[in-house]
Design a protein around this ligand. Structure first.
Ligand SMILES: *Cc1c(COP(=O)(O)O)cnc(C)c1O
Length: 343
């Protein structure tokens, strides 16, 4: 099977498994796990923030970051198709007690003027705008990157309104590699950031939240409240350290493979791809023109040995990652062509 459903399917490398087996550990809720501490310090350095916190998942990371920065009854501005709105089980509403204000972006990129228009006036009837959350790269838009100047303009607008800026950077390092910058440069334009160790970077479990020390102190308490205080978690952090030290640069391969796949798909009859959105490791292909319902399309691909995700009513999502090679991608494209042609 060529598994292109998501980069979450990546398996830990042999080096990660060895590092996990021999990791030095302690009780992290007591602050005594040396490997967790090393990972958090490394993550803080790589994002240029004062402090960082290991969390169980990207969802938990976004939730503790948002809960630490908004009060019940306040509002979070986010792109209309953002992960925190679509895929996080309404955690912002149920746990943080805040509501999400959806603002439509351009190919997933929030526009500073639109953010400015969505900021609430000082009015007893309206919720206070406490936070802007930016998704970079943007999953549902096809892995698009928010340019650094746009991040900075949004931060200026948010700060002028007394709001903070959080980045859902589940794929922060994909954004950094695609734009030839560093995670640090990108994170410098936001107040707090979450990124996943478990997607393209290949770690089995975990995400990082980073920001100021006082923010991380609050986020740590939120993590505890949510049952995310782990004990000998250095076993997981050992893999996370290798994710950050060995797995970042190779993301460029995934991006090249996504480009290859996108160009092949875009040339197939009945399939269209907005190539402008293919900036990192995600390819969203509209298959409506093949006349096949998307669920049937995905089922046929599976029968032929390719796993992909149905994405809305007409699209199929393919995600490249370290466990699919260029040859796999070429073979997958052949299979898509056959299925699209009804053969
Ligand atoms: C995957 C993802 C998350 C959540 O990560 P999990 O570890 O699956 O909880 C958050 N935001 C975006 C944009 C993602 O793609």
């Amino acid at each position: 099977m060529i598994d292109l459903r998501s980069d979450t399917v990546t398996k830990p490398t042999d080096a990660m498994r060895q590092a996990m087996a021999s990791a030095e550990v302690g009780d992290d809720v007591y602050g005594e796990d040396p490997t967790i501490r090393r990972l958090e310090q490394l993550a803080a350095e790589m994002t240029g923030k004062e402090a960082a916190l290991f969390v169980t998942s990207g969802t938990q990371g976004n939730l503790v970051a948002i809960a630490a920065q908004v009060k019940p009854g306040e509002e979070v501005i986010a792109e209309a198709e953002s992960h925190i709105f679509y895929y996080e089980a309404a955690g912002v509403a149920t746990v943080a007690g805040a509501q999400i204000r959806q603002v439509v972006g351009t190919r997933g990129v929030l526009q500073p003027q639109a953010v400015g228009r969505a900021v609430r006036p000082n009015d007893i009837h309206q919720p206070r705008t406490a936070l802007v959350s930016i998704e970079n790269t943007h999953n549902r838009a096809g892995g698009t990157v928010t340019p650094e100047n746009v991040l900075r303009e949004i931060q200026t607008v948010a700060h002028a309104a007394g709001a903070k800026v959080h980045m859902d950077g589940a794929r922060l390092f994909n954004a950094a590699v695609a734009t030839n910058t560093s995670a640090k440069d990108i994170a410098d334009a936001v107040d707090t950031v979450q990124f996943c160790l478990s997607k393209g970077l290949g770690a089995p479990v975990g995400s990082i939240v980073a920001g100021s020390q006082s923010f991380i102190d609050d986020a740590r308490q939120w993590r505890k409240r949510l049952g995310g205080g782990l004990r000998q978690a250095g076993i997981l952090a050992a893999a996370g350290i290798l994710a950050l030290t060995q797995m970042v640069d190779r993301l460029a391969e995934d991006h090249a493979n996504a480009q290859t796949l996108a160009l092949l798909l875009a040339n197939m009859t009945g399939i269209s791809v907005d190539l402008a959105t293919v900036q990192t490791n995600i390819v969203i292909a509209d298959v409506a023109g093949t006349g096949r319902p998307v669920d049937e399309f995905v089922l046929r691909l599976r029968e032929e040995g390719v796993l992909a995700s149905a994405f809305g009513a007409a699209a199929v999502r393919f995600v490249t990652h370290k466990d699919v090679s260029k040859d796999d991608v070429l073979r997958a494209a052949d299979i898509v062509a056959r299925v699209a042609a009804g053969r």
